[in-house]
Write a protein that binds this ligand. Structure first.
Ligand code: KG4
Ligand code: ZN
Length: 337
């Protein structure tokens, strides 16, 4: 069975073809970061317009790479939400039009389920049940996963998402958008211990997060210091440590609460090297196991959409050809498979 996947929820056009026996046959990603970096964040109208330019040529390239035509596919999966409404509409309209033209089922995919299932594309996929930490530019969530489609929200950010906090502090440090990976890179040269940032909400019970106070603390530190390149690295390091520690404490709490042994981390921030190694050590000490995808499957991509689409199509879940997207779409509302 082969599926074409279309991801256009934000500022990346991701197109992939997945074969359930052979794996990923083609995977193309076009990032609009150059377009948005002048503005320090994603400009929705520019994002939709660029998806219009890139989606069809990338689908053609993917079919060519896989030596396939539309007739060789079994379904078209597209991201139906959550995300920017204009961007979502581009992918949904193209996906549904192709499904109509090729006589195939169309599968609307939840972007965060795509992220959550991305580690399933790796050689050593996670087994159920597990705690999932979803950390992206728009979401910070802890979820209990007992099966695909059975998602219980344990906690989430009450304000900024982790990725958003990374990007905002990176911007104050003079780094380009999206700043998360760049901040992480300069943090490697930072001296641990010169600055210490708070670990928000760790003394309160529960599994929710808040990053706006930490962000303000970091912003004040930047304002109150002469920020030469070493100071920049030291601040980046202290900021990253505070985020990693906070996430680790809440992951541990969620694992204890549920009595689970497996942790899955997914979403753009799960590409963060310090987060991966810190949580890996924590899981080794706990006698458990951590699962994450290769870095290019952590950030937005089409491959994760094909996988989630494949699982749903195999369970006979697909949509009518009516164009409908969900800019806000709680993960826990998804149907079980
Ligand atoms: O999942 P994603 O690609 O898009 C959304 O669904 O939001 O996540 C993007 C976010 C951005 O905020 C980006 O700065 C952050 O993930 N990110 C990172 C790293 N790589 C991506 N943050 C910290 N360290 C990284 N290595
Ligand atoms: Zn994403």
């Amino acid at each position: 069975m082969r599926i074409l996947g279309i991801e256009t929820s934000c500022d990346e056009t991701g197109i992939a073809i997945y074969d359930d026996e052979k794996g990923i046959l083609a995977n193309y990603l076009y990032s609009q970061s150059n377009i948005h970096s002048n503005y320090g964040g994603v400009v929705p109208e520019l994002a939709s317009r660029d998806h219009i330019r890139k989606t069809i040529p990338l689908i053609q390239a993917a079919l060519k790479k896989a030596h396939l035509t539309g007739k060789d596919l079994n379904g078209v999966a597209y991201t139906a939400g959550p995300g920017l409404v204009g961007s979502l509409l581009v992918g949904a309209t193209i996906g549904l039009a192709l499904a109509f033209a090729w006589g195939l089922p169309a599968i609307p995919v939840h972007h965060m389920e795509g992220h959550l299932l991305a580690p399933m594309l790796e050689n050593n996929p996670p087994s159920f049940p597990f705690i999932a930490l979803l950390v992206s530019g728009g979401h910070t969530q802890l979820i209990s996963v007992t099966e695909i489609g059975k998602y219980e929200m344990l906690g989430e950010s009450i304000d900024d998402a982790v990725g958003e906090a990374f990007d905002k502090i990176a911007k104050l440090l003079g780094l380009n958008y999206p700043g998360g990976p760049l901040l992480s890179k300069i943090a490697q040269k930072g001296k641990t211990g010169r600055f210490f940032f708070p670990r928000p909400m760790i003394n309160r019970p529960g599994l929710d997060f808040s990053f706006s106070g930490l962000k303000t603390f970091a912003a004040n530190t930047i304002r109150n210091n002469i920020v030469d390149s070493q100071t920049r690295a030291d601040i980046a390091c202290a900021f990253e440590d505070a985020i990693v520690d906070t996430l680790a404490i809440k992951c541990r709490r969620a694992l204890e609460q549920k009595g689970f042994k497996y942790l899955v981390i997914a979403g753009g921030v799960s590409a963060n090297v310090k987060l991966r190694s810190h949580l890996k050590n924590m899981m080794i000490q706990r006698g458990g196991k951590i699962f994450y995808a290769r870095p290019e499957f952590c950030t937005d991509n089409g491959a994760m959409i094909t996988y989630a689409g494949m699982v749903r199509l195999k369970n006979n879940i697909h949509s009518s050809l009516k164009i409908s997207v969900h800019p806000r779409w709680p993960l826990a509302n998804l149907s079980e498979v």
